[in-house]
Write a protein that binds this ligand. Structure first.
Ligand SMILES: Nc1ncnc2c1ncn2[C@@H]1O[C@H](COP(=O)(O)OP(=O)(O)OP(=O)(O)O)[C@@H](O)[C@H]1O
Ligand SMILES: [Mg+2]
Length: 170
């Protein structure tokens, strides 16, 4: 059994990033961690908001957790209620400060989207999905997106994710 697997989508538009986030939201389940990596302005918040909107009301206000470090949302998926946690760790002063955000509760029974996961590397679970967003040198309105599954739970879902993605164009 392989416990890590990745694939890359190149030249993805903003609408494509949002569609990808919505598609992945349908595959997510309680206790999942989705790390959003990439430089300033790479599109981590664009991804997170589309993911959140896919599991909440379409008119849900989705503020950025830039100063609060975290925002939570009551969400529904397949008739089940769950809590979505959107972390932005950019302003984390020490990795340990993450424990003041409700992080353990998020891991125990929520779905966690984490911007700037590198700020708390070592404290995040190894089993997670990482979305790496990069701005290509030749197109500022496009993104190269690397999706990496770590751990059997996400690796097992990769085939399904790839099938979902292959029938859509980004
Ligand atoms: N293909 C694309 N995908 C995502 N965002 C795009 C794309 N093309 C342009 N953009 C723009 O890039 C910006 C991405 O901003 P966003 O706040 O999502 O970045 P971020 O990675 O969260 O940055 P930060 O590290 O500051 O939190 C937005 O203004 C968005 O409109
Ligand atoms: Mg952001």
């Amino acid at each position: 059994m392989v416990f890590s697997e990745s694939f890359v989508l190149t030249g993805v538009s903003q609408k494509g990033v949002q569609a990808l986030a919505a598609a992945l939201a349908q595959q997510a389940k309680t206790r999942d961690v989705i790390a959003l990596s990439g430089d300033l302005g790479a599109g981590k918040t664009v991804f997170a908001k589309a993911f959140i909107r896919a599991l909440t009301r379409q008119d849900e206000d989705v503020p950025s957790p830039t100063f609060t470090l975290v925002q939570t949302y009551e969400a529904r998926q397949n008739e089940k209620e769950l809590i979505l946690w959107h972390f932005d760790l950019y302003r984390l002063k020490t990795a340990q400060e993450i424990y003041e955000t409700g992080f353990e509760e998020a891991l125990a029974d929520g779905i966690s989207l984490i911007e700037w996961p590198e700020r708390a590397e070592g404290l995040l679970p190894k089993n997670r999905l990482t979305i790496q967003l990069e701005i290509p040198a030749d197109a500022i309105d496009k993104r190269n997106v690397t999706i990496t599954a770590n751990g059997s739970s996400w690796v097992q879902r990769m085939e399904k994710i790839k099938t979902c993605l292959s029938v859509q164009s980004f």
